[in-house]
Design a binder for this molecule. Sequence first.
Ligand code: SF4
Length: 386
Amino acid sequence: MIVNTCGFIDAAVEESLDAIGEALAENGRVVVTGCLGAKEGVVAKVHPAVLAITGPHDTEGVMQAVHQHLPKPHDPYIDLVPPQGIKLTPRHYAYLKISEGCNHRCTFCIIPSMRGDLVSRSIAQVMQEAENLVKAGVKELLVISQDTSAYGVDVKYRTGFWQGRPLKTRMTELCRALGELGVWVRLHYVYPYPHVDEVIPLMTAGKIVPYLDVPFQHASARILRLMKRPASAEKVLQRIRGWREICPDITIRSTFIAGFPGETESEFAELLAFLEEAQLDRVGCFAYSPVEGAAANALPDPVPETVKEERRARFMALQARISAAKLQRKVGKTLKVLIDQPGIGRSSADAPDIDGVVHFKGGKAGEFADVLIQRADEHDLHGRRL
Ligand code: SF4
């Protein structure tokens, strides 16, 4: 039996508690949901025998509890799908999509017009999927979305339930909960909101991987304004310094656009100066591409193709030097790697497909290994498995 409750005024609480009591007396197997469910302690104190307590709007939580205590009848069409779903990545890592769409309107991007505004998945559903993946052997969860740090904004950070306890639909709380699963958790597409700072201590504490993929796009205040992005390179540098103070091992990945409409040589030079100062670990740079429908296409003074490409190449050459020097500093250290295939693994600093790798001899896909780093090139490390 599912009892939907109200907890608005005392009389409603009493009535809800009575209804739960009646259901327990009549049926004995009761799942509580609704507003009073948010005050889990009140229900549990009076009725410790209920099977589960979930909160308002927590359909998934209710369904999970129901399925846990009343297994679904066999359905030959869907029962062949494993609990972790069907995924295209190797067995040992998986992408965990937490939301769809985006509330920003960056002028170079058409994602919001295609995917709409942000819609967050329920935290119960996300955590259930994460748990299923871990049970199925996944060792690394890559949290993805269009805007990871906005998770829950659309549902006003609604409280959901996981393993019977309340959990807010919010990036920090999600990271904390994912950090309990005992696998690598890596954050991608983190828009630089102020509250991103909250997850850095979780990295220092080893709860999630010390890796932040945070697209900055540019450094010139005028270009950032034209892009409709947060516009202060100085503040970004300050924040990066702060993150590194709290978590010295943090790997920061970012992406940038060279040759945005109207970008002058001196504004591009500002970007290079920012890059030199920020000493980011991993960087991607795209020459501005006028995607059909993007507002930026209407901006004056488009940069000629050859200049865009030339700027991108200068940007990447500078980053290659920074990256090589940073990797060089890892020589002599022992790094924990997750093995993707015999002889190739990734440390906490390397996301699959987009970052470098660690080369060594032997090993088995999906296992962790300690590798003593002996040599570095521009993007990869080479070492010996201990
Ligand atoms: S670039 Fe990212 S943050 Fe900006 S509108 Fe597109 S999806 Fe949203």
